[in-house]
Design a protein around this ligand. Structure first.
Ligand code: ADE
Ligand code: ZN
Length: 339
């Protein structure tokens, strides 16, 4: 079954590129760029990755991102992620980046987006993995800062498919960014937003009604609101769920208590993703492997998650159908041993 999980075609729709910065690369880039790190070794960095909530993670995540200075650094980071994702059977990735984390330190927007874009093109050429880019606004920063960031992105409109909303959720409801998303939608960007990770179901409603999102990132708290669940099912709004992240950030105490199976059983379009794999201890196949075992998912559940990942993506209807057909034809447990 683990081999089946790895070889099944899948899309990853919730991955923060800065969250794929493995400690080894963090040390290499710190050396290359003359940045001091608060850790003496890779092991010490990994040992520090014990979080009590989202904010305690974000503090280390932003600290780690300081080593990313040059276009080449963003290239290396993205190339490493896409290579790793490809080895997990990811055929298509929709990648978040947080420009404000870098522009606020004086790194030019152009360096960030050009490095990432060049790595996307190189990976497509080398392995065939396709990818799209989603620009996230940091919701704990001001609306003005988000609007400025949107302006900076306009020359790169063709490289960025959608805008998103991330960082510290509670106290920064989607409604704060309604005008920013309206401006982005007018410019032709699609939209997504983190909502219902630590924040209440009301934030999910706001993301749908005020930000007009195509999908909800996390969204696991929707189960607290049965009417909202009915709406998510009826409108087939995808949720990009990140099981290992949710346990690391204590949204759920243990993986056994995770509500992913209940979300699936409620008929929702659930997808499985890694969020910040360098910090949470697993890329997408590891997330699938862990939930399959702990939540007792069937092979049909795993196939449904893979189908959902393409259905929820920003690929064209033809591309989606091609992957769904491939999943349909995919030989699962019958030849597990030979894969
Ligand atoms: N930025 C990176 N990972 C995040 C998460 N899980 N929630 C909100 N913002 C994030
Ligand atoms: Zn996230």
């Amino acid at each position: 079954m683990d081999n089946m999980i790895r070889s099944l075609p899948k899309a990853e729709l919730h991955i923060h590129i800065e969250g794929s910065l493995e400690p080894e690369m963090m040390f290499a880039l710190a050396e290359r760029n003359g940045v001091r790190l608060p850790y003496r070794s890779v092991e010490e960095a990994r040992a520090a990755y014990a979080f009590s909530d989202l904010q305690s993670f974000l503090d280390l995540y932003y600290e780690g991102a300081r080593v990313l200075m040059e276009e080449a650094d963003f290239f290396d980071l993205t190339a490493a992620y896409l290579k790793r994702a490809h080895s997990d059977g990811v055929r298509h990735a929709e990648i978040f980046f947080d420009p404000q984390t870098h522009t606020d330190r004086g790194v030019p927007f152009a360096a960030v987006v050009s490095g990432i874009h060049a790595a996307q093109a190189a990976a497509a050429e080398e392995s065939g993995i396709s990818s799209k880019l989603i620009m996230c606004f940091l919701r704990d920063l001001s609306v003005d800062s988000a609007l400025q960031t949107l302006q900076q992105a306009l020359p790169y409109r063709e490289w960025i498919v959608a805008v998103g909303l991330d960082s510290a959720e509670v106290g920064h409801p989607p409604e704060k960014f309604a005008a920013v998303f309206e401006a982005a939608l007018k410019k032709g960007f699609l939209s997504v937003a983190h909502a219902g990770e630590e924040g209440p179901p009301e934030y999910i409603r706001q993301a749908l009604d005020l930000l007009h999102v195509s999908r909800i990132d996390h969204g696991v708290r929707c189960l607290e609101d049965p009417e909202l669940v009915d709406r998510l099912r009826a409108e087939r709004v995808p949720l990009t769920v990140c099981p290992l992240s949710n346990v690391k950030l204590r949204v759920f105490k243990t993986l056994a208590e995770h509500n992913l199976k209940r979300l699936l059983d409620a008929g929702l379009c659930v997808t499985v993703n890694s969020d910040d794999p360098a910090y949470f201890g697993g890329y997408v196949a590891e997330n699938l492997r862990a939930i399959r075992k702990t939540l007792h998912l069937t092979e049909d559940d795993i196939r449904a998650l893979a189908r959902n990942s393409f259905e929820a993506s920003f690929l064209s209807e033809e591309e989606k159908q091609r992957y769904v057909d491939e999943i349909e034809r995919f030989e699962g447990s019958r030849d597990c041993g030979s894969r």
